[in-house]
Design a protein around this ligand. Structure first.
Ligand code: ADP
Ligand code: MG
Length: 366
């Protein structure tokens, strides 16, 4: 999959922007605050339904003084698709080939985008929720049954949490606990199968880029005690859960961790090493997608040069330039000696000008 055309309306500093990117490599260059990250963010929103930047929620994406922002994209690949996503602070409206989409997941499923940005280091050192989201994004794209299982689990969890707070109805509680245990088991099995596939390419990247850290060690916690079945765990924690007001055992608490023989604690990695580990996780996810789907996601590398020395940066670049994906790389400069066929866009004050062609955007909005 690749993006043939991208149109933003009222997104961050862009009042209106139209980009016709290269099928292969697109480099966005510009000063701080010129809008490079916002362009990548727009692509990410079509893939994830929200931004990768923390804070402000959907409202932060909307240009100051406006009530909604819209991203349109024409996607190329096996089949050309036209996607449109409008976000207000609290709602979304999605269109696929001009028709309204009932489920946002239908649109997100058509637009796989993998993004590495300065905040991606939180995948290794940040909260468990980020690692669950990362894992579930991967599973969503390669397991057709995932959305159904995930929704059944969410519904059962909401029902049990509501019963914990309001009623002492053990019969109802047992019914929802059975649903929760069944969907929880299925979710856990899908996640495990995904992690198995992901480990092989990940180990390969890590040994290539970070041999000094020694062998990687993977841990996965499914979200409830290893010794018990989920329905047993739910029954035994019910009284305590009533006091807490929410369900503690289950895949909603799952987590995974990656440590190294010579860096057994996360805090023993430097910022640059953490960035390389996050990059390896993302590119391994890219490989799983490619091998399972026979197609490639779009790759976004926001501010690639930050935290990376020249040698590591060039190794990463060689990998991504040769992977067959449409790649978007942003930075204040392009500090590497690499030849590539593609386009360079100079981004400034809410506009982007293609260096080798006509001006592709107008109307500064900052
Ligand atoms: N909701 C918004 N409305 C208007 N401008 C915004 C909004 N959010 C951010 N900006 C501005 O958009 C500009 C682009 O930011 P960003 O994409 O992060 O730039 P870069 O990645 O090039 O450093 C910044 O000047 C920022 O102040
Ligand atoms: Mg930026």
């Amino acid at each position: 999959m690749y993006v043939e055309q991208l149109v933003l309306t009222d997104l961050r500093c862009f009042e209106a922007l139209k980009l016709v990117p290269s099928r292969s490599v697109n480099v966005l260059l510009g000063d701080n605050g010129s809008g490079k990250t916002s362009i990548l963010e727009a692509l990410y929103v079509l893939s994830h339904g929200r931004s990768f930047r923390a804070g402000g929620g959907a409202a932060a994406l909307i240009r100051r003084g406006q009530t909604a922002c819209t991203v349109h994209a024409v996607l190329g690949g096996a089949q050309q698709r036209r996607l449109g996503l409008t976000r207000t602070a609290h709602t979304w409206r999605a269109r696929i080939d001009g028709q309204p989409a009932v489920r946002l997941s239908a649109l997100l499923g058509l637009c796989p985008v993998i993004c590495v940005e300065p905040g991606s280091q939180a995948l290794i050192a940040g909260p468990a929720e980020l690692r669950r989201r990362f894992l579930d994004w991967g599973v969503f794209h390669v397991e057709p049954g995932f959305v159904d299982v995930w929704q059944r689990h969410r519904r059962a969890l909401q029902q049990r949490n509501a019963l914990l707070r309001t009623a002492v109805d053990d019969r109802q509680m047992r019914i929802w606990e059975q649903h929760l245990a069944q969907s929880g088991k299925e979710l856990d099995a899908l996640r495990r199968a995904y992690l198995e596939r992901w480990r092989e390419p990940l180990t390969r990247y890590l040994s290539r880029w970070l041999p000094e850290l020694g062998a990687p060690q993977y841990q996965y916690q499914r979200g409830w005690a290893a010794a018990s079945e989920l329905d047993t765990a739910l029954r035994s924690t019910r009284d305590r859960d009533r006091v807490m007001g929410f369900t503690r055992a289950g895949p909603q608490r799952a987590d995974w961790a990656l440590t190294f023989a010579r860096a057994p604690e996360r805090h023993q990695l430097s910022r640059g090493q953490t960035k390389l580990v996050a990059l390896a996780c993302m590119l391994a996810q890219f490989e799983v997608y490619r091998s399972m789907r026979g197609d490639v996601p779009v790759l976004l590398l926001d501010d690639l040069a930050s935290e990376l020395d020249r040698a590591h940066g060039e190794r990463v670049l060689d990998q991504v330039l040769g992977c067959g994906a449409q790649v978007w790389i942003s930075g204040t400069t392009f500090p590497w000696q690499r030849q590539f066929s593609g386009r360079v866009f100079h981004v400034e004050h809410g506009a982007a000008r293609c260096a080798d062609g006509p001006v592709l955007a107008q109307e500064a909005g900052c």
